[in-house]
Design a protein around this ligand. Structure first.
Ligand code: ATP
Ligand code: MG
Length: 383
């Protein structure tokens, strides 16, 4: 990607309402734009991070044996009346009447919809256990949307639901998800702890939260629940066991705030100059900074290194803008790309400078060896 063709509207100042460091930096680095209270656009750089987090979540969920599907945001209120959650959710749930006078909602979560699917199609013990999940947009009309994507009204969640024949099966599914969550959060570069939690309106008997440990606040990034038979009883999701007896399915549910993770990562990875992305979720792995685009040699070598890195599968952005070196350095630090390849005067000695964003350490490398050098450090880091 060439910066001049891309869209990264970086800002010198954060809006006054931004209280947390992640909110300030997400605006300043051009990751998000606020449309209205708690409603954000993911600008290209923000979307790239979101997709990387999403892919980590998807890979680990698939590895666990969970199966992806996609449910609609639009749900009939009637389903929520079956479980008696229509009243419990209160004003957090956005409801409206469609043109045929049907009461509808925008889904704040999907226990009802998934249970409806399972009761239609799962009839026998032979079809169990199964874990179904989606990565999908949720709507919650939070009283006080704040801290940017941390408490938004529209946000991206990974929600998974397990279905088992008995309590022992549920325990297995629950533990499998718990282990999967540990892998997901570790790969995202998050320090976290697990603590017993209140199950709130989701219900069930037991739940635990995954809490990211940032500098200034503790953030719930994931929540896993043993629901038992609460939903299957109220919605009549039964299966026939080996002996021909009908029993309610045992359920669990498991949420991850995919968009909130981004803020949690930033809370734990920044300095006075900006974001310091862990490699696994960084929008680009490397930024190439030619200090002067009107110098023919600098421009040429920058483009050559850029091409070479792309050919080697490295996620790289070339800052080819006609701007001062200082301006480009500031933006590169703010946006937090893990490695900066600076192409400047040392090119006379065939050398370019490579800076690691996290340590600020620089090294001079022969310009022909940049790709190998970068490949080595990335390989080392990905281990
Ligand atoms: P919180 O206590 O933070 O309001 P919750 O307990 O209501 O969250 P869950 O129903 O457990 O949330 O949802 C699963 C995950 O979705 C949470 O762990 C969190 O990471 C994320 N999440 C919940 N509400 C929001 C929101 N308003 N904005 C962004 N992410 C959210
Ligand atoms: Mg929760």
């Amino acid at each position: 990607m060439k910066w001049s063709n891309y869209f990264i509207p970086t800002q010198k100042e954060a809006p006054k309402e931004a209280e947390t460091i992640s909110h300030k930096l997400m605006i300043r680095a051009g990751l998000i734009d606020k449309l209205s209270a708690g409603v954000y656009t993911y600008l290209p750089l923000g979307l790239k991070v979101l997709r990387k987090v999403e892919n980590i979540v998807r890979e680990e969920m698939n590895n666990s044996g969970a199966v992806e599907l996609l449910m609609p945001s639009l749900q009939p209120a009637s389903l929520w009346k079956e479980t008696k959650r229509f009243d419990k959710m209160g004003k957090d749930m956005i409801t409206f009447i469609d043109r045929h006078n049907r009461e509808m909602i925008f889904g704040p979560t999907h226990e009802e919809v998934i249970t409806d699917i399972v009761r239609k199609y799962v009839k026998s013990w032979k079809q169990l256990p199964i874990i179904l999940y989606q990565i999908q947009t949720k709507f919650r009309d939070e009283i006080r949307p704040r801290f940017g994507v941390i408490r938004a009204r529209e946000f991206l969640m990974k929600d998974a639901y397990s279905f088992d024949i008995n309590e022992k099966g549920l325990d297995n599914s629950y533990n499998l998800m718990k282990e999967t969550y540990k892998k997901i959060f570790s790969r995202c570069g998050l320090k976290f702890k697990i603590q017993e939690a209140d199950s709130g309106v989701i219900g069930g008997k037991f739940s635990e939260e995954f809490v990211a440990e940032g500098e200034c606040n503790e953030l719930e990034v994931g929540h896993i629940f043993k629901l038992g038979t609460e939903y299957s009883l109220s919605m009549k999701a039964y299966f026939v066991d080996k002996y021909g007896k009908e029993s309610p399915i045992y359920m669990g549910c498991y949420g991850i705030g995919v968009s909130r993770i981004i803020a949690a990562i930033i809370e734990g990875n920044y300095d006075k100059n900006g974001i310091i992305w862990p490699l696994s979720v960084s929008p680009f792995e490397v930024v190439i900074i030619p200090i002067n685009m009107s110098d023919y040699e600098i421009k040429n070598i920058s483009e050559k290194i850029y091409k070479d890195l792309i050919e080697n599968g490295i996620d790289v952005i070339l800052d080819d803008r006609e701007e001062s070196a200082g301006f480009k350095f500031k933006d590169a630090d703010l946006c937090g790309f893990p490695y900066q390849v600076v192409i400047g005067k040392k090119i006379k000695e065939k050398k370019v400078e490579i800076k690691a964003r996290s340590t600020n350490k620089t090294e001079d490398i022969n310009f022909e060896k940049v790709t190998d050098y970068i490949k080595d450090i990335l390989r080392e880091e990905k281990k």
